[in-house]
Design a protein around this ligand. Structure first.
Ligand code: NAD
Length: 433
């Protein structure tokens, strides 16, 4: 596996050299140390941030539909709560491990801090293949996990959200199980719920919306007119399709989009709303009429103004970084750029706007959902989108100021903003006892 710039997997020692895989935790630690070089921070705080505050490991037995009993292992890694309750996804995937949860939880700490949300970072999961479970089995698994995790989670303690292999229904079960045990309805214990039980309008579209907002800001920063900007988007799911359609609405020329099977390409611009997203029609992109089709590798190398990798990690690597012709890259997916590719882009002066700001709309609207839940008052879609716009532009402006005042890349500027806030909160609170 190639090394990536976010702790979804990756590399080691020197940024460009190693091709050895690195765990999520190693990546998260390396990013911390790297950012710490740019921030005036007490080394003891860096040492503290290298470790999670707590990792919960639980045994989750469930009765299968055939009457047999199977036992799974679940984790919740709580990295840092200096800025507020822990926040992060809960994934169901066979490869879930303790260390992966710790690494991804650290990454959530940086993401929440970049957005200035009053949350720290966590990640959890169950090592299970959700496709091998019936809906009833998934429900029993989720309810039992909620019971085992009950002392560790809560609206002021740790607030899970959907992630790989989990969805709004999973969050509704988790919320219900927790609420039943507490004896009262507590919607704020999770986010990403269906709106009927306290979920927020606009949550599903939010990561794609934030990618589009950040792309719009960076286009403007580099003095391009959005109406004369060509865009290629890899991945036409929740993130990719929502980002592509918004940019299209704002006048950008979306020339190429793809799904796992390949992409469609039209230099005159595609009608993004008539191309079915992953959720509207699975792998339907190539069924759309277009003058040309491209492979996913070709899409990445198109001569466009803006490239948005919004499918999977590690697609921009040492092998294709020199052939990328885009002027600007905005990371929609988590960890699409490997460490080696990042170094090549820096050398080639191609700005790469990192995932932890670009797709942070998801956790930001999760924060809005939490606010709505604890205030027992729901917001309109218009309000959610307006507030998301404000939060994204504010975060972007702070990163831009750091980028302009220091000789750093956009990724470095983003991590500096995050770490500075976390370090300041640790300084102010001190070490107890
Ligand atoms: P999704 O499942 O909705 O869509 C994924 C899209 O990528 C589909 O069109 C699929 O066909 C395509 N795809 C899958 N494998 C591919 C491959 N090998 N090459 C090219 N295309 C491929 O997923 P999503 O929710 O849009 O997530 C996409 C990325 O964004 C992931 O990295 C995810 O972690 C990240 N992300 C998602 C959210 C969210 O809340 N949805 C939030 C932040 C980050």
């Amino acid at each position: 596996m190639a090394s990536s710039t976010t702790p979804s997997d990756d590399a080691e020692e020197t940024i460009a050299e190693s091709s050895e895989p690195e765990s999520a935790l190693e990546t998260a630690r390396r990013q911390l140390e790297y950012a710490a070089e740019y921030v005036d921070i007490d080394p003891s705080i860096v040492e503290r941030l290298r470790h999670p505050k707590k990792v919960h490991e639980v045994t989750v037995p469930i009765e299968r539909d055939d009457g047999s009993v199977e036992v799974f292992t679940g984790y919740r890694a709580q990295h840092d709560s200096v800025r507020g309750p822990y926040k992060g996804g809960l994934r169901y995937h066979p490869d879930v491990t303790r260390d992966e949860c710790v690494g991804l939880g650290m990454w959530m700490t940086w993401k929440c801090a970049v957005m200035d949300l009053p949350f720290g970072g966590a990640k959890g999961g169950i090592a299970v293949d959700p496709k091998a479970l019936s809906d009833d089995e998934k429900e029993r698994l989720t309810r039992r996990f909620a019971q085992e995790m009950r002392p560790a989670i809560g609206p002021t303690l740790d607030i899970p959200a959907p992630d790989m292999g989990t969805d709004p229904q999973t969050m509704a079960w988790l919320m219900d199980a927790y609420s039943m045990q507490e004896g009262e309805t507590i919607p704020g214990v999770v986010t990403g719920k269906p709106p009927i039980v306290g979920g927020s309008e606009g949550r599903d579209e939010a990561p794609g919306r934030s990618v589009a907002i950040i792309a719009r800001e960076v286009i403007d920063y580099y003095d391009k007119d959005i109406k004369e900007t060509s865009v290629a988007v890899q991945g036409y799911g929740s993130v990719g399709a929502n980002a592509a359609r918004l940019l299209d609405d704002w006048g950008a020329n979306v020339v190429a989009v793809s799904d796992v099977n390949g992409g469609v390409y039209d230099t005159n611009g595609l009608d993004t709303r008539s191309i079915p997203s992953h959720h509207e029609e699975h792998e339907g992109v190539l069924r759309h009429d277009a003058p040309e089709t491209v492979t996913n590798d070709e899409l990445l190398e198109l001569d466009v103004d803006v490239l948005i990798p919004a499918a999977i990690g590690n697609v921009l690597t040492e092998s294709n970084a020199d052939d990328i012709q885009a002027d600007i890259i905005v990371e929609g997916a988590n960890g699409p750029t490997t460490i080696a590719a990042d170094a090549i882009f820096a050398e080639r002066d191609i700005p790469v706007i990192p995932d932890i700001i670009a797709n942070a709309g998801g956790v930001t609207v999760s924060y809005f959902e939490w606010l709505q839940d604890i205030n027992r008052r729901s917001w309109s879609l218009e309000r959610v989108n307006e507030e998301l716009e404000t939060e994204m532009v504010e975060a972007w402006n702070t990163i831009r100021e750091t980028f302009e005042s220091r000789d750093v890349t956009w990724r470095e500027a983003t991590y500096i903003v995050a770490l500075t806030r976390i370090a300041a909160a640790h300084e102010a609170r001190g070490l107890w006892p």
